[in-house]
Design a binder for this molecule. Sequence first.
Ligand code: DAH
Length: 340
Amino acid sequence: MSNEIIDKLSSALKSAEGKLSSASSESDIESVRIELLGRNGLVPALSKDMKNVPPEQRAETGRAFNEAKEKLQKLLDEAKERLGPSSVSGAITDVTEPGRRWKIGKKHPITLVIDDCVAIFRRMGFIVAEGPEIDTVYNNFDALNTASDHPSRDPQDTFYFGDGRLLRTQTSPVQIRVMKSQEPPVRIVAPGRCFRRDTPDATHSMNFHQIEGLYIDKGVSMADLKSILLAFGREFFGPGVGIRLRPHFFPFTEPSVECDFSCVMCGGKGCRVCKNSGWLEISGAGMVDPNVMKAVGYDPEIWSGYAFGMGIERLAMIRYRINDIRLLYDNDKRFLSQFN
Ligand code: DAH
């Protein structure tokens, strides 16, 4: 069904569509709006004629009004959008308004410590090497001269995949990867994440970080190892720090030592942090075992070297006086925002 009002609305829409598609300014658009929807515009004028529409056509005519208004508004909006924001009157940019502050994230304390350690060792001529967090049982244990019944291999302590791979329990397998991929001399540090099946508590986490060091050359001695550890300690903790080496056992070094630094809290007098000993256990270390050299094809008669491995979380907890390792993994911004 059709009537005069419906016909007029549809022809008005057509002409508006034509005008709006060629509108080149905000005022072109506005004049179309006034012509049709303004107080004295066509649409209000036509709606006054509704009373003359026969009752059976009222519903349809009313619908035509609504549709026409909706369509028209859509055409106006589209025309404005096409012209872009610069033409929209009233959208003024206040160039004097202060800029919005971006919240800049901070480095995680673990990352800060890794960055610092790497920077210190780089200054001493080490370069950074990397290995995967999933490595082979061979690289993590066998090539590192770890006896088949060594307790660290126990499935209670290590995450195995059952296909010859595991989540590395230490960064030491990076030693193997580097030595297998290049001829000596070698001077690398390898920071990274490690995994052990520990029950989480204040000092244990199932994932944690270590930084590994390896130096292979001719005539490397334990004096070199001690001097590099002392130099690191002085840079990381301050010039007053002292070190001591205690005999220990690691499968991949012989002799092996545990390296302690004098307690940075009490200066060696004895306190809660160092359990009254005056010393903090920081690093495992030793002279690379000839069996490890053989596993990677280096001749132990020609080459010698030292290796060390320290816990990043432990360094972070001492430096920042953090008393629970879990704080490092909770992802609580109130905690993390304290570190720079
Ligand atoms: N991988 C040892 C651990 O996780 C730490 C270590 C000890 C690394 C002695 C070394 C080393 O390179 O020589 O307990």
